[in-house]
Design a protein around this ligand. Structure first.
Ligand SMILES: [Zn+2]
Length: 435
């Protein structure tokens, strides 16, 4: 009787304890991780086009390399939504992922911005519940890879449509089929700063390898073939969101500038910029010396809320400094204007003159200037312009003169040569007559 009681108790204990062990065992040994790679666009859907690059083509190069690399890991099944140049709807891509029981659907893309000014990489994820939680942790493994490569981190983001649902189709369609999906925007095709990251097939293939490592990190995969083991990798801890993780649609709260130093000889103004965004974080800043008519290229936002930097003031401008700050969602806040009186419109030294002359020629800073400022160029500026206008005529006439001289010399040489030959012929004839 006692034995029976013991064996019942043991069975009871086993029944309670076993389920705790069952799930890790299942995920480690029995069921492989299923990853679906989705090369963005395809067929009639070209995606972004910039110079000789077409997004649908480069996403496929990245995807093929990612597939090849990820397949080298143990305990993973890898699929692709397309392997050729095909037009596939977002719903069909998500449907395929669901049909193979995907743990994750990774959509590979490259970015472009309306004003061709943004740079860096970003990951788009669902704003809802578990899909947000998982998407964020996977997104972070991708961001870490891009950090290593040196691409500017724009971050992991959500976007909602007018109906309040996820804006991006692939994320929405995957979520509807209970598949976690993320969109990886590797970098911007249309920005000089990002160009070096994607401008060869080798670099695109390297992106694919990095994408594979990111996924391997997230799932703690190891590869006997590669001799790598990421089973100890710790994913970022993301709390289950109690509400919709809506994007930050408000611009930065504070953007304020104050004068540190104005150097009239160097024509530079040093300012202190203070900015804050309580909802997200700051990404870029740009400055204007002409009251906001023209702005510099975007610059990376350094760590912290306050820092100082120096602005060069182009010739012909009385400095009216304005700064724009951009947050994570590219919302902009413009600073107060800093007008600096008593700045000479044109620097005095000759060195400055030649320097700024070439500057204004190449950057066409005056193009954006208000007419009143352009008029203020006055004396030197006007003289330079007339010189410029006469310049090409003068050089053309000297070119003509040189051509004329050259033709003259050539003709002279021809005449001399011809008469020499004639003389020789006559001599020869005389000799023949003698014989
Ligand atoms: Zn795309």
């Amino acid at each position: 009787m006692k034995n029976k009681i013991y064996s019942f108790a043991l069975l009871f204990l086993l029944l309670i304890i076993l389920p705790f062990f069952a799930s890790p065992l299942r995920s480690c040994a029995a069921e492989p991780v299923v990853v679906v790679i989705d090369p963005g666009h395809g067929g009639t859907n070209l995606g972004a086009e910039y110079e000789e690059y077409t997004e649908k083509e480069i996403t496929l190069i990245v995807a093929n390399a990612m597939y090849e690399e990820l397949s080298k890991y143990d305990g993973v099944e890898v699929y692709m939504t397309r392997t050729g140049d095909e037009t596939i709807s977002l719903a069909d891509r998500a449907e395929f992922a669901a049909s193979v029981n995907a743990d994750v659907l990774i959509a590979l893309h490259f970015n472009m911005s309306e004003n061709h000014n943004l740079f860096g990489s970003e990951v788009w994820i669902s704003a809802f519940g578990e899909k947000y939680q998982e998407g964020y942790a996977i997104g972070e493994t991708f961001m870490e890879q891009f950090d290593e490569l040196g691409i500017y981190r724009r971050g992991i983001k959500t976007r909602l449509g007018d109906d309040g649902d996820d804006y991006y189709g692939i994320i929405r369609e995957a979520k509807a089929r209970d598949v976690t999906s993320i969109i990886v925007e590797h970098c911007h095709l249309d920005q000089e700063k990002d160009h070096e990251f994607y401008n060869s097939a080798e670099k695109l293939k390297n992106f694919g390898k990095m994408d594979a490592v990111a996924v391997a990190h997230y799932f703690g995969l190891s590869s006997r073939e590669l001799g790598t083991d990421y089973s100890d990798y710790e994913n970022v801890q993301v709390e289950f969101p109690v509400s919709v993780m809506a994007p930050d649609l408000s611009p930065p709260d504070i953007c304020y500038i104050e004068l540190v130093e104005a150097d009239k000889e160097d024509r530079t103004v040093k300012i202190r910029l203070s900015a804050e965004d309580s909802d997200s974080y700051l990404l870029y800043y740009s400055y204007s010396a002409d009251g906001g008519e023209t702005f510099s290229e975007l610059r990376e936002w350094p760590k912290g809320d306050t820092f100082s930097f120096t602005i060069p003031v182009p010739n012909g401008i009385s400095p009216n400094i304005v700064v724009n700050v951009y947050n994570k969602y590219d919302r902009i806040t413009t600073s107060n204007a800093l007008v600096i009186e008593g700045f000479p419109l044109v620097s005095r030294t000759e060195e400055d003159l030649t320097e700024t002359q070439s500057e204004t020629n190449t950057e066409a800073l005056t193009d954006g200037m208000p007419e009143s400022v352009q008029e203020a160029w006055g004396g030197n500026g006007a003289e330079e312009k007339t010189k410029e206008e006469k310049g090409p005529d003068l050089s053309f006439s000297t070119f003509l003169k040189i051509c004329g001289i050259c033709i003259g010399i050539l003709l002279l040489l021809l005449i001399i040569g011809y008469s020499y030959l004639e003389m020789k012929k006559r001599k020869n004839r005389k000799r023949r007559r003698r014989f």
